[in-house]
Ligand binder design. Structure first.
Ligand SMILES: Nc1ncnc2c1ncn2[C@@H]1O[C@H](COP(=O)(O)OP(=O)(O)OP(=O)(O)O)[C@@H](O)[C@H]1O
Ligand SMILES: [Mg+2]
Length: 229
């Protein structure tokens, strides 16, 4: 497959269960379980295919996980401070600065301030984990962000908050390219993607504008399956 995301663009990636969307996200991030056998991944023209995930993250590649892991013993604020310091290449990053930015974003994302002291995703509900991923995105200011089904598991109000939250992050970081993996039109109403791609069996079978996601919403994926149409 080939996918090119220019700075500032929002791409939606849709496709049936098992199509390879999360696999693609993991490969973009450099997950060690995957080996690239063909092709390459480039960031601003530079081949990053062999870079380890932490170096990719420092360079501004971000992934909001479909199933965010919890890490016991690390508070949200500690985690974010380390991550932001690494991303900005500043060991002496002021903790106060991070705390202020964090509480501002937590408010915008409708998160209770107490979450800052809780251990990362420990006991967080599904929707709380998803918001926490967007909080990370807001603070890390990535160059390209892949959001893997950030909308799944969110209640209607949370979906609106997160949708608007992503837009706010985008406003404050306009160069950021975004790939939104989703099954649903609802989040796309907020995010207004420039391009929509359909992935089936690991291949991009269609690319187009927002009309494509409306078509998926109405008719499903039958016309793009081998046996369908
Ligand atoms: N370690 C593995 N061993 C065998 N098959 C795997 C492994 N990891 C992923 N797969 C398979 O690769 C395919 C793609 O999985 P992936 O998680 O990328 O799908 P997806 O498009 O994200 O689906 P969903 O919409 O359900 O999240 C699936 O059929 C999955 O079972
Ligand atoms: Mg997936």
């Amino acid at each position: 497959m080939s996918l090119s995301v220019a700075s500032g663009e929002i791409h939606a990636l849709m496709g049936p269960n098992g199509a390879g969307k999360s696999t693609l996200a993991a490969v973009i991030m450099g997950h060690p379980a995957y080996r690239i056998t063909r092709g390459r991944i480039a960031l601003s023209g530079e081949d990053i295919s062999l870079w380890p995930p932490d170096i990719r993250a420092k360079a501004g590649v971000f992934l909001a996980f479909q199933y965010p892991e919890s890490i016991d013993g690390v508070s949200v604020v500690q985690f974010l401070r380390q991550a932001v310091a690494a991303r900005k290449g500043q060991d002496d990053l002021s903790i106060l600065e991070v705390r202020i930015a964090m509480s501002e974003w937590m408010e915008r994302l409708g998160m209770d301030p107490s979450f800052a002291q809780r251990h990362l995703n420990q006991g967080f509900s599904g929707g709380e984990r998803k918001r926490n991923e967007i909080l990370q995105m807001a603070l890390l200011e990535p160059r390209v962000a892949v959001l893997d089904e950030t909308d799944s598991g969110l209640d209607i109000d949370a979906l609106r908050t997160v949708g608007r939250g992503v837009n706010l992050v985008k406003e404050s970081n306009q160069e950021m390219g975004v790939v939104v993996v989703t099954h649903y039109q609802a989040i796309l109403e907020y995010l207004q993607p420039d391009h929509v791609h359909i992935l089936v069996d690991g291949k991009v079978v269609a690319s187009g504008g927002p009309e494509l996601s409306l078509e998926v919403q109405e008719y499903g994926y039958d016309r793009w399956r081998d046996d369908g149409g």
